[in-house]
Design a protein around this ligand. Structure first.
Ligand code: C2E
Ligand code: MG
Ligand code: MG
Ligand code: MG
Length: 286
């Protein structure tokens, strides 16, 4: 049943018969109310440069604190938000909240890193993404160079002139672009050639096996070489063990993100972590 909604494990799993969220209409109206009543908030997950295990970024991940069902992960509602168009106002909220939080971290004088925000195709098509990004940057006072947008590979590989042009404009303004879940969308490499990006995020399905399967390691090595050949950075997501981190380092990966590096946490916890200065678990095993 969980598979129906997407990948991953859920902190909050309800058997189908008891799950009022499974009704699309009710979920849609609940999402609408959630937006009005500010039930969304962000969790933040650090991204580390492997060399020196230095903090280089933080990804903002939406959470829904549902009064009836508790904390709900995006896998359970982003799909419906996209289909219903609600992702446009929800996505705008995410951008504003993420930029605002980032600016606050900068104000207390923390070392510089970027904030990464996930965006959906509908936000390009129907959402005036350029205007929304401008507004979020302006109202927060954040520098465009401190913002990165993550678009999934399947989205990136759609033949879409408008998408490519919008990303090109954003990059001219200094906003970085990452392709999320890279390696799962069987990208036409010709698309990648014309797609204006800065970073490839190696999908968790490859990271999972990188230390124990030659095939996975070969794929990861190829993605890293592809990234470097195109002058892009490679970051691996879903790093859960020191062995995976070591394998990724040995394959030349630039950056890592995952539970082994740091869990996604709310703003208060993330601030505490940032202030403590000891964000990471220590050194990658030899
Ligand atoms: P994603 O952008 O690929 O984000 C990575 C997901 O993997 C997150 O799940 C994160 O909590 C989880 N994760 C991080 N480290 C590990 C690890 O070591 N092991 C495992 N197993 N998982 C790890 P989350 O937060 O549930 O988000 C799921 C997806 O929902 C995201 O995948 C992204 O595609 C989407 N999403 C999240 N926030 C937003 C948003 O604000 N807007 C849009 N459009 N999509 C969002
Ligand atoms: Mg992402
Ligand atoms: Mg991803
Ligand atoms: Mg992924």
């Amino acid at each position: 049943e969980a598979k129906r909604y997407g990948r991953g494990t859920f902190r909050c799993f309800m058997p189908r018969m008891l799950d009022p969220l499974s009704g699309r209409v009710s979920l849609e109206s609940r999402l609408r109310r959630a937006l009005e009543q500010q039930q969304f908030h962000l969790h933040f997950q650090p991204q580390a440069q492997i060399a020196g295990m230095r903090l280089v970024g933080i990804e903002a991940l939406i959470r829904w604190e549902c009064p009836e069902f508790g904390l709900i992960n995006p896998a359970q509602f982003i799909g419906v938000a996209e289909e219903s168009g609600l992702i446009v106002p929800i996505g705008a909220w995410v951008l504003h909240a993420a930029c605002q939080q980032m600016r606050e971290w900068q104000r207390v004088g923390l070392p510089s890193f970027r904030i990464a925000v996930n965006v959906s195709l509908a936000q390009f098509r129907h959402g005036n993404l350029l205007d929304v990004v401008d507004e979020a940057l302006e109202s927060s006072g954040l520098n465009p160079h401190d913002l990165e947008l993550e678009v999934t590979e399947s989205l990136a590989m759609k033949e879409n002139e408008y998408l490519v042009r919008t990303l090109a404009v954003l990059r001219e303004r200094g906003v970085a672009v990452a392709i999320d879940d890279f390696g799962t969308g069987f990208s036409g490499l010709s698309q990648l050639q014309r797609f204006p990006v800065d970073r490839l995020k190696i999908d968790r399905s490859f990271t999972r096996n990188v230390a124990k399967s030659d095939e996975a390691a070969t794929i990861v090595r190829s993605i890293i070489q592809l990234a470097h050949g195109l002058n892009l950075h490679a970051i691996a997501e879903g790093v859960e063990t020191g062995e995976q981190a070591a394998a990724l380092r040995d394959l030349g990966c630039d950056e890592i993100q995952g539970y082994w590096v740091a869990m996604p946490q709310d703003a208060t916890e993330t601030t505490r972590l940032l202030r403590s200065g000891s964000i990471f678990p220590g050194n990658i095993p030899a």
